[in-house]
Design a protein around this ligand. Structure first.
Ligand code: KG4
Ligand code: ZN
Length: 340
């Protein structure tokens, strides 16, 4: 390992957050995220608007990241950026900017897989947070992803289960939309579930082989259930909001935990690290802590700012790739579908 300090400027623009961060080795110096509010009124991310908002945000976000890190542009050792997976129009903004900046500053360029970054976010140096030991299982759950990954080393990862349709965050958000809640509805379902009875209503769990997930059936089940109940009682949602939310959340957490238990059984690995926006959910957190006591698992939940989309996680991958001399050239392009 080199004794010199390595400064990575990282850029993330795969979905609807424009983000930039600066790391000094594995320590974060700044972490800026501009969340795009423009999508709220559409109830989901509109790709064309996301791309335009990234173009507006990217320069100020990068300036702010460099300013807050209190470094000079000439200190930067390399630029790391998200190559994919994500929305093509969004990825292109970050990729093009990273390429121009690397060329302008004459520093190397490092391409990063967004899903790998969600996992390696656990390795950003943080007081009071311990890092998972290899091998571990990573459960990445967000509005765009649902994956179980077997992580043997920093760069040796195998997807052993993933969604065949909607992501788990979509299951939360689409269910919330059916209940008339604003986007993103996941945090609201979590909030109302706290005072509801999770056994009030029963939704059937999907039957999917192996370690894969499916959430589109649940969304349809919630829709039909609510339509039927509202026909009989127009005030059904208002009168039962907390119980409905608790029952939906309970079903989603059960689906995730069933597969995680299966993955532990199959691999013999009991170190579990979670990431992605849905890892903020109190139901999944409680289920994981219960599993620690009940099955002897060891679970890792990163600091909240590293669970949702951010550039710090892109930076930590950049740092490890820098140590491996793993750079790319300026012919690199964004890639909407990009396997780990
Ligand atoms: O990682 P993230 O910020 O963005 C991506 O989708 O990549 O995740 C956002 C997702 C949304 O679907 C949101 O509803 C969900 O995470 N979410 C939650 C909670 N907080 C965020 N879902 C359930 N409970 C929460 N507390
Ligand atoms: Zn993500």
């Amino acid at each position: 390992m080199t004794s010199q300090n390595i400064y990575i400027l990282a850029i993330e623009s795969s979905c609807d957050d424009t983000a930039a961060a600066v790391l000094k080795n594995d320590t974060l110096l700044s972490n800026i995220v501009a969340t795009q509010e423009v999508h709220r009124k559409y109830g989901g991310v509109v790709p064309e608007l996301a791309s335009r908002a990234h173009q507006q945000n990217i320069v100020p976000v990068i300036h702010q990241a460099i300013d807050e890190a209190n470094i000079d542009k000439k200190d930067i050792s390399a630029i790391a950026f998200t190559k994919g997976p994500g929305l093509m129009g969004s990825l292109l903004v970050g990729t093009s900017f990273a390429k121009s900046l690397a060329m302008g500053l004459s520093v190397p360029l490092i391409e990063v897989n967004h899903m790998q970054a969600h996992i390696l976010a656990h390795f950003i140096a943080e007081e009071n947070f311990s890092k998972p030991g290899f091998p571990f299982l990573a459960l990445t759950i967000s509005g765009g992803h649902t994956q179980i990954v077997k992580v043997s080393n920093y760069f040796e990862m195998e997807v052993i289960g993933q969604t065949i349709d909607d992501a788990v965050g979509e299951a939360f958000d689409k269910s919330a939309k059916i209940l008339g809640l604003p986007y993103p509805g996941g945090p609201l379902i979590d909030k109302y579930a706290k005072t509801g009875n999770h056994l009030a209503f029963k939704f059937t769990k999907p039957k999917v082989a192996g370690l894969d997930f499916s959430f589109s059936g649940l969304k349809t089940a919630v829709l039909y259930f609510i339509q039927k109940q509202v026909r009989e009682n127009p005030n059904f949602i208002e009168e039962n909001r907390d119980d409905i939310c608790a029952s939906i959340q309970y079903t989603i957490v059960e689906i995730l935990m069933d597969k995680l238990k299966k993955a532990v059984k199959q691999t013999g690995i009991k170190e579990i690290a979670i990431g992605g926006g849905v890892s903020a959910n109190s139901g999944i957190r409680k289920a994981l802590y219960d599993a620690e006591a009940k099955y002897g698992w060891k679970t890792y939940v990163p600091k909240f700012e590293y669970t949702t989309d951010n550039a710090a996680m892109i930076g930590i991958v950049g740092y490890y790739k820098y140590l491996n001399n793993d750079f790319c050239d300026l012919s690199v392009t964004a890639q909407a579908r990009y396997e780990i």
